[in-house]
Design a binder for this molecule. Structure first.
Ligand code: ZN
Length: 739
């Protein structure tokens, strides 16, 4: 396997509609990878259709992307972002809804009145932004508002009237609820019970709001563009209207339909208005056609609404696919069930029909995931020529997801070409190539091979790794020896065998050290006893690489730094953004978007300063009646033929190397560091428990303390000892960014 570097991208400035259910991917990754593997204008295939922006980015880069999408909501998101209605259509559609009649009233006024509440301070009637509920209760316990009259703002206890209003709407709930089932499934439909269960995740007020608006959508005489625009706004309200909004914000990306103990009921009128800004696309629009209509050579998206297996034969005959790409799907019962519901509400029962299975299925486990992925890869194998590359992005990685994806692809005849991983928060970038044989020889999972792969990853890393990294190293070894799944083995059995092979590899070897507060193998960090005496940790090497780069390339922007760095640390070694920023903040300053070394951190300035520090140590030593002797990089304070203190002066934060280079006992040794490195050293200690334990044996002293000691008029050996004890390492500024 080649180890390709991680491709850096940018987090989207605006996460877009339904972002809590859409894979969190960076922009710029696909458009970087594609030109290296397929010429522009050629055909690509996204077999999963899971990430609308990924497809869009490939099309904008000048490719023709055939995408299979069977979720009607995802398809709508894709078409909307490729070709959004104009802002004026959005505004006009919303205002038509607002002025439509509801009895004698305007609909807008009627719907806003649902969220009326009295300001606690000035008593005037205003709009609540949201109500807060406890699970199972029949009225909210609090409301959140900002009063436009007196500016009172925040969370306030509900009033009697607030509770009455909620109960009054609940009294008529039955009617709206049954209407909303009917849009999804017919009365006699056996799936109706599932639709009912899904709708349980809507309180009476949002359900009343949504059914009222959706009924009106059919009655308004809107142009097709405006109808599309209004549907898009309603879709945002459909998501804002369910109970999956834990309060205070927890479970930001729900996977299961479970009601949090406390949750937020949004004001859906405000959510419709918020939708206006969510849907505005800044990029150029892209041609979208439905299969089998073709798209121009300049790029575009061809949507196949259905499953890959129905398409495989036709594609093979008609269009040559140069590369495949996609965000690997992970089970999301919440999104899939809600998608079926929303499709019924917005587009009627026929739209739900092909997707109705999503309503029925309750449990998705990793074996299910592997089976589904395997089916997709197997169809893909049929329609791709030998050697066709496939870029798979695996968002929100966890060990089981990674095992599932690698097992499925391998069993379907795809060879793993590279796997680059940054942190547990970033998508893993995997490249496969369509192999020679769909069925090939398989081997038993070899615990020894997994163990050696994990150990060599740790040695290369030079510091402990997360379980996910260790797992990935083991998994790659098993994938390369085709040992992830035996012939005729079921996926659940195969996944279990792989997991226990990797976990046994770690648990049954005394070289491995587990840094964890939990018992489970998959928590905390894993290190090796053989690492303790080594000093080339990943963090240290990244520090050296960044400083060297900035010496040669002052005024570089962050992406240029990543571009230089990632190829030096490919595959599983990819440094985290937190690490890069900790190093940059320690050494460099930002001028606009450009980073350059601080004046005091330019190499020549640091060399001069080191000389000054050496001189100061001598001066202070002399005042305390010690003679100073130099031994390689150490300065020794001696008196009466004995060594009393050893000083090791650093300009960098390479503290691991410093501890390895000084042969003197730790309790005698003082590490002298620039104050600007303290936060970086603290960051390193915080992410590396082995380093932290070693550092506890040593004392650190900042340059500025030494400068102060030179100035102190009276200095004794006792006060010197007190001073160095009271100079603790600052708390790292990057404390929130653990890895
Ligand atoms: Zn007020």
């Amino acid at each position: 396997m080649d180890r390709q570097p991680y491709i850096p991208g940018l987090s989207p400035a605006d996460p877009g509609p339904l972002s809590r259910f859409i894979p969190p991917l960076e922009e710029g990754v696909v458009s970087h990878w594609l030109p290296l593997h397929a010429s522009t204008g050629s055909w690509l295939l996204d077999p999963f259709g899971f990430a609308p922006r990924l497809t869009l980015e490939a099309a904008r880069a000048g490719y023709r992307v055939l995408v299979t999408v069977n979720n009607p909501v995802t398809r709508f998101l894709l078409e909307m972002s490729a070709n959004p209605p104009s802002e004026s259509d959005f505004k006009a559609a919303l205002s038509e809804l607002e002025i439509a009649k509801k009895g004698e009233e305007r609909l807008g006024a009627h719907l806003q009145a649902l969220y009326r509440t009295a300001c606690e301070k000035c008593g005037r009637e205003i709009q609540a932004q949201s109500f807060l509920w406890r699970k199972g209760e029949d009225a909210p316990y609090a409301r959140i508002y900002t009063c436009p009259h007196c500016e009172d703002s925040g969370e306030r206890v509900v009033t009697e009237q607030d509770m009455e209003r909620a109960k009054k709407i609940a009294a008529t709930d039955g009617l709206h609820r049954s209407r909303s089932f009917e849009r999804v499934a017919a009365l006699k439909d056996e799936d109706r019970v599932y639709a009912e269960e899904a709708i349980e995740h809507y309180l009476p007020r949002p359900l009343y709001f949504l059914t009222t608006v959706i009924n009106k959508l059919d009655g308004l005489n809107l142009t097709p563009e405006r109808k599309r625009a209004l549907s898009a706004l309603i879709l945002v309200a459909c998501d804002a209207g369910n109970t999956l909004w834990g309060y205070p914000s927890e479970r930001l990306r729900p996977k299961q339909l479970t009601i949090p103990n406390q949750f937020r009921e949004h004001n859906l009128w405000l959510q419709l208005e918020r939708g206006l800004s969510l849907w505005t696309e800044t990029g150029s629009s892209v041609v979208v056609e439905a299969w089998p209509k073709k798209i121009p050579e300049g790029g575009g998206i061809c949507v196949y609404e259905g499953r890959l297996k129905d398409l495989a034969h036709e594609v093979k005959k008609e269009i040559p696919i140069a590369a495949a790409l996609g965000s690997l799907p992970r089970p999301n019962q919440a999104f899939w069930t809600l998608s079926a519901l929303w499709a019924g509400w917005l587009w009627g029962r026929e739209a739900v029909e092909p997707y109705k299975i999503a309503l029925r299925r309750r449990r998705y486990d990793w074996a299910w995931n592997a089976t589904a992925l395997h089916a997709a890869f197997a169809h893909l194998f049929e329609l791709l020529p030998l050697g066709t590359p496939f870029l798979g992005l695996l968002p929100e990685p966890e060990p089981s997801f990674l095992t599932s994806a690698l097992t499925a692809a391998n069993a379907a005849g795809f060879d793993l070409k590279s796997l680059a991983m940054r942190t547990q928060e970033d998508p893993v970038q995997i490249v496969w190539a369509r192999g020679e044989h769909l069925k090939r020889e398989t081997n038993e999972p070899n615990v020894e091979a997994a163990r050696e792969a994990i150990h060599s990853h740790l040695m290369e890393r030079g510091e402990p790794a997360s379980y996910l990294h260790a797992h990935a190293a083991g998994l790659i070894a098993l994938a390369e020896s085709h040992a992830l799944k035996q012939k005729d083995q079921e996926f659940d059995e195969a996944l279990r065998a792989t997991q226990s092979a990797i976990q046994n590899a770690l648990a049954e070897d005394e070289r491995f050290i587990h840094y964890s507060t939990g018992e489970n193998v998959d928590t905390g960090l894993w290190g090796s006893a053989e690492l303790i005496r080594r000093y080339e940790s990943l963090a240290d090497r990244v520090e050296v690489a960044i400083v060297t780069f900035l010496q040669k390339n002052p005024d570089s922007i962050y992406l240029e730094i990543e571009d230089d760095l990632y190829p030096r640390f490919p595959g599983l070694l990819t440094p985290s953004k937190a690490m890069i920023y900790s190093i940059l903040n320690s050494y460099a300053e930002k001028d606009g978007a450009a980073w350059k070394l601080r004046a005091e951190d330019v190499a020549s300035a640091r060399r001069n300063e080191l000389n000054t520090i050496t001189a100061m140590i001598e001066v202070v030593g002399k005042r305390l009646n010690y003679s100073t002797r130099k031994d390689e990089k150490n300065l020794l304070w001696e008196a009466d033929g004995q060594i009393h203190y050893v000083f090791y002066t650093l300009a960098s934060a390479l503290i691991g190397r410093a501890m390895s280079e000084t042969p003197y006992p730790p309790e005698q040794t003082i590490m002298v560091i620039p104050g600007g490195r303290a936060a970086l050293i603290a960051y390193k200690a915080q992410r590396d428990p082995a380093l932290s334990a070693r550092m506890k044996q040593y004392r650190l002293m900042k340059y500025r303390l030494l400068r102060a000691l030179v100035e102190v008029p009276v200095l004794t050996r006792e006060t010197f000892e007190e001073q160095i004890v009271s100079d603790p390492l600052e708390k790292s500024k990057a404390q929130m960014m653990m890895f």
